[in-house]
Design a protein around this ligand. Structure first.
Ligand SMILES: [Zn+2]
Length: 88
């Protein structure tokens, strides 16, 4: 029954209860968060995500990291150099 809410009298609800972290609930949000925290392992700079190519590019180092099955391969050894004619 949603119609019984009283406003303005300082009703003390369960504070902070709805801010509990639920890990792995929404994969798309998770993915965005994931991308936000991903940095180039070499320069710790930001990476550019290419959804079509499934790659992450660091323009600072001109290295391109591949994403294999949703798992970015964040290894400098595995990264491929960005061709010289490409730019951000
Ligand atoms: Zn870098």
């Amino acid at each position: 029954m949603p119609s019984g809410s009283v406003r303005g009298r300082g009703v003390s609800g369960p504070a902070g209860a709805e801010r509990a972290a639920v890990p792995g609930r929404d994969t798309s949000v998770l993915k965005q968060d994931f991308l936000d925290i991903l940095v180039c392992p070499k320069c710790k700079g930001k990476l550019e995500y290419d959804e079509g190519e499934q790659t992450l590019t660091c323009w600072e180092c001109r290295l391109r990291y591949e994403i294999d099955d949703d798992i970015p391969i964040m290894l400098i050894d595995k990264a491929k150099p960005v061709p010289p004619d490409e730019s951000p």
